[in-house]
Design a protein around this ligand. Structure first.
Ligand code: HEC
Ligand code: HEC
Length: 213
């Protein structure tokens, strides 16, 4: 196995073992309380977390703890790739509010309809990259962290977000932000290390594939 890939694999195994063994904070939000608090977010992310524009990510069925982490990262400036969202995160007054909102969006079903038409040829290439990575450039297959169909690795391992069914354009922006270092809030640099090895055409391909799942 490629050395970079085997190092990454060891790291992922360690994270997964640690987190599924209870190292992860349990989800604590109240979705019913979160529904009202999420009203603030509806204009961009949709009332049920299925936003209708490619630059606003879908939050429906995303892990509660991942949503909480992103909100806190925006508040603390650890995620600095969007000023609009940083301003919105600043309006979430407490960790409890973040948990309630996270629990509410997590309880919503993600829409199965992609916003953009899927390019079949690109999606085919993207699927190969998703499953197998690219051993030549040291890219570990996305499936190893993001799970089958990008729907998460396991219910207890929210460190690896749901990306299957996310908007194409949002995925492209995140991968380019990680690659350029504009987004650098990933634990142990796991995602940036991979993004730095992705070509523009690989990013297009995998985003096409993922947005159709
Ligand atoms: C004015 C539009 C707007 C509003 C209102 C808004 N957001 Fe966002 N949000 C964004 C944008 C744009 C992004 C993507 C930022 C980027 O490009 O990285 C984002 C990203 C996020 C993310 C990161 C998702 C991921 O997959 O990593 C979370 C979580 C989030 N928003 C939660 C919220 C919550 C909770 C609220 C309400 C309190 C809210 N947002 C209100 C525009 C908005
Ligand atoms: C070694 C594990 C690992 C691998 C392999 C991996 N990722 Fe990630 N990825 C992560 C982690 C961890 C995060 C969350 C970072 C954070 O906490 O902000 C992430 C975040 C993302 C995000 C941002 C999600 C959002 O909602 O903002 C996208 C998009 C993404 N990954 C796509 C990919 C693609 C495409 C591949 C394969 C080419 C891939 N990832 C491979 C660990 C990985």
């Amino acid at each position: 196995m490629n050395k970079i890939i085997s190092t990454t694999a060891t790291l992922v195994a360690a994270f997964t073992m640690l987190l599924s063994a209870g190292g992860q904070v349990a989800a604590k939000g109240d979705p019913a309380a979160g529904e009202g608090k999420a009203g603030l977010c509806a204009g961009c992310h949709g009332g049920d977390g299925n936003s209708m524009a490619g630059d606003f990510p879908r939050l429906a069925s995303q892990y509660e703890n991942y949503i909480v982490k992103q909100l806190l990262d925006f508040q603390k400036g650890h995620r600095a790739n969007n000023d609009t969202m940083a301003g919105m995160a600043a309006m979430v007054a407490s960790v409890q509010d973040a948990q309630d909102i996270g629990a509410y969006f997590n309880s919503q079903k993600m829409s199965k309809e992609p916003l953009f038409p899927i390019d079949k040829e690109l999606a085919r290439k993207g699927k190969k990259l998703f499953l197998e990575g690219n051993p030549k450039s040291g890219i570990y297959g996305c499936v190893n962290c993001h799970g089958k169909n990008g729907k998460g690795k396991s219910p207890n391992v929210s460190v690896f977000p749901v990306i299957g069914g996310q908007h194409r354009d949002y995925i492209i922006k995140q991968l380019k932000d990680f690659r350029a270092g504009a987004r650098a809030n990933d634990p142990a640099g796991m995602m940036s290390d991979i993004a730095k090895r992705l070509s523009d055409s690989e990013i297009e391909a995998v985003a096409n594939y993922l947005s159709g799942l």
